[in-house]
Design a protein around this ligand. Structure first.
Ligand code: IMP
Ligand code: MG
Length: 177
């Protein structure tokens, strides 16, 4: 753990701002899917905190599923490759699927998921709900239906996001200075 403590950790998005914005995103989803059912697919591990806060504000009938991917390893840069660790899901064809992500960075993971849902579940219209959106780091464009905060090219931790497996427990989003 010692070599993972990098200088000062600064707050980028406070706990209060996170909670407020998550509620707003849920309200938008409730409005868009009024009278329908949705399936949230949370991408582990990073989105678990966001997904668990988000789902508690959802008012339409909702099912929660998980898949597990890995893209960064222990690095601060996206590897450009997506490793599927567990893609076990029930049959989702015909469902309104919203993929819940902690952060969309280069867009590699999002594109991997779009082709996965298209090929394996015959879904052409999967939406993304991401807490953080590093638009400036995009290598491949992604259409993000629900975007919490657009951030600059910081490496961030907290509220589910990790560095080397640590810091997911922070109630705020921080960066190292
Ligand atoms: P992408 O495939 O480059 O869009 O990266 C997506 C994944 O990389 C995210 O789901 C995160 O797990 C991880 N990631 C990207 N940026 C950060 C960051 O600033 N902090 C921690 N993890 C990150
Ligand atoms: Mg992730």
């Amino acid at each position: 753990m010692n070599n993972l403590v990098l200088k000062n950790l600064q707050v980028l998005i406070s706990e209060e701002d996170l909670q407020k914005r998550v509620k707003e995103l849920a309200e938008q989803i409730n409005k868009d899917y009024e009278g329908q059912e949705i399936t949230l697919v949370s991408v582990l591990k990073g989105s678990v905190v966001f997904a668990s806060d988000l789902i508690r504000h959802i008012k339409v009938p909702v099912q929660l599923e998980f898949i597990r991917l890995s893209s960064y390893g222990n690095d601060m840069r996206s590897s450009g490759k997506v490793k599927a660790i567990d893609l076990t899901l029930p049959n989702l064809s015909g469902k309104n699927v919203i993929v819940v992500e902690d952060i969309i960075d280069t867009g590699t993971t999002a594109h991997f998921l779009l082709s996965y849902f298209k090929l394996q579940h015959k879904l052409e219209n999967v939406k993304f709900a991401t807490l953080l959106n590093k638009e400036c780091a995009r290598v491949r464009p992604v259409d993000v239906a629900y975007s919490g905060f657009v951030i600059e090219d910081y490496f961030v931790v907290g509220y589910g996001l990790d560095y080397g497996g640590y810091y997911r427990n922070l109630p705020y989003v921080g960066y190292f200075s």
